[in-house]
Structure formats: C-alpha cells, structure tokens
Design a protein around this ligand. Structure first.
Ligand code: GLP
Length: 262
C-alpha cells in the first residue's frame, strides 16, 4: 500500500486528482468507481477544474458508484445520485447514461444487485475505484463484519454510521436504515484503488486499516490484500499512524529513482 500524506485537505485532494487524471489519460473507455461523502468533494472539485481548464474529458468514461441509500428517490437531495449529479456529473462532459448509481428504489433488490454486478463486468471491470472511509472503518456501506467475499447487496446500516450521516439530514430519524452497496469482494476486483481520508476523526480507522490486522471488523483492512492501493491522507488523518517516517521516505525515494515503489 502506498501512503501519501499532505499537509492540507486541498493538497491531498489535488494529489489524488493527479493520479485519477494520469490513469484516465492512459486508457480509452476508462471505468471509474466513485464514492460519495464529504471526503471526495475536493477531488471532484479538482477534476471539474481539470475538465474546464485543462480539457480533461469524460466523454468515454463510464462510472459506477459504490452505494446508495435504500428507499430514497434519485431526486432526494440526500440521495447519492443527487450528490453525484450536483457535485460532479453536471459539471463535466460525461454522458449521463454512462453513470451508474445503485437504484435506491429498486423493487426487486436482489435482481437489481445482480444486474449492477453484471453491468460492471460488461463494462470491462473497474479500472480505478475511489473510496472514502467511515468512522467505523467501513468502505462503501460494508459495515463491520461484512464478508470480504461480499457482493453488491442490501445492507442494514450500523448505528455509528446512522449517527455520522445524520449531519446531512434534518433529524436522525430521517436517515435511511438500509442501503445498497457494492460488496468488499466487488471492490477488491477493481484493478486499482485509491482511498482518501482527512481530519482528526478519521485518524483511528486509518491507522487500523493500514497498520492493524486484516479483519472484517474494519472492512477497509481488506485493502491490505489488494496489489495496487494508494491512500491519500492529510496530516490529521495520518496522525495515529506509526510508520509515517517510512511512508515519507518511500515517497522521497520514488522521486529520486523516478519509479513507483509498490
Ligand atoms: C458513507 C459512505 C462511504 C463514505 C463514508 C464517509 O458511509 N457510504 O462511502 O466513505 O460515508 O463519509 P465522509 O467522507 O463524509 O466522512
């Protein structure tokens, strides 16, 4: 796992955007996995800037989002479809038909989840998956205890997640109790993964998933099993890591030999 630490959220977001841009430029018909939450907002802002000022095009890009609240209409201001449209898709040249967010109103959820998995396969698999991390160490909505072989499915949200996400809703009772999420197994199939985290509140889950044991109680720790993961952190989110000096040393060493050491 490569760990990149930057002093601020803005710098961390810009660094992550450079990686996304680099991979997009290298492959036609790029398939990008996307995440919601406040963490990737800086990355999306930078991608929009790159589109407007540097001609970065999303015309041939397909996207698949990790998750969606179950029961919310796509037009609901707290739905992840609405989030993606307003914070990214409406500002770039992507074809809306090429953007996929799980359908929170799917009638036959099981069938829908299978279809979602098949669509990812049909697109050729995910080239680069963007992730955030929940306060309890989850990725997507794979709450503690989710199998590392789990696939796209309906899940019940953890109390901690409901509490964390209630800041976006008027009252805690309004937070949906269920969600559709890609599974840990689905996420691990992406060819490359980046995870972003910022702020003091993420310091503990970050230290747990990077330097702690691999356990389904911290679903992000499954990333230790993936061959190509880069973690982008600001100083606060990195503050509980024990091997910071080594991560910084590796980055410096990479610059010296102009090669990626992972
Ligand atoms: C939700 C999403 C996750 C996201 C997490 C953290 O639970 N399902 O994909 O990583 O929130 O959100 P934030 O970035 O707002 O801290």
């Amino acid at each position: 796992m490569r760990v990149i630490i930057r002093p601020t959220y803005e710098e961390m977001s810009k660094e992550a955007a450079l990686l996304v841009k680099d991979r997009m430029m290298k492959k036609r018909d790029f398939v990008l996995g996307l995440a919601t939450g406040s963490t990737p907002l800086g990355l999306y802002k930078e991608l929009i800037r790159m589109h407007k000022e540097e001609g970065l095009s999303f015309k041939n890009v397909k996207t698949f989002n990790l998750d969606e609240y179950y029961g919310l209409e796509p037009t609901h201001p707290q739905s992840y479809r609405y989030f993606m449209d307003t914070n990214l898709f409406n500002h770039i040249d992507i074809e809306k038909a090429n953007t996929h967010v799980p359908d929170g109103k799917a009638e036959d959820v099981e069938k829908f989840c299978q279809w979602y998995e098949e669509e990812i396969k049909k697109a050729g698999g995910i080239d680069l998956q963007v992730l955030g991390i929940g306060g309890d160490g989850h990725i997507g909505f794979n709450e503690p205890g989710s199998s590392f072989n789990s696939r796209t499915r309906l899940v019940a949200l953890d109390e901690q997640t409901i509490k964390d996400n209630s800041r976006f809703f008027e009252k805690i009772e309004d937070v949906p109790r269920f969600a559709i999420t890609m599974g840990v197994g689905t996420i691990l199939e992406a060819r490359e993964i980046i995870l972003l985290a910022n702020g003091k509140k993420k310091a503990r889950p970050v230290a747990q998933f990077i330097e702690g044991p691999i356990t389904s109680l911290v679903t992000a720790s499954a990333l230790q099993l993936h061959p190509k993961v880069t973690v982008f952190l600001d100083e606060e989110a990195a503050s509980e890591l024990k091997r910071i000096d080594y991560y910084k040393f590796v980055e410096e060493a990479e610059k010296k030999i102009n090669k990626k050491l992972f």
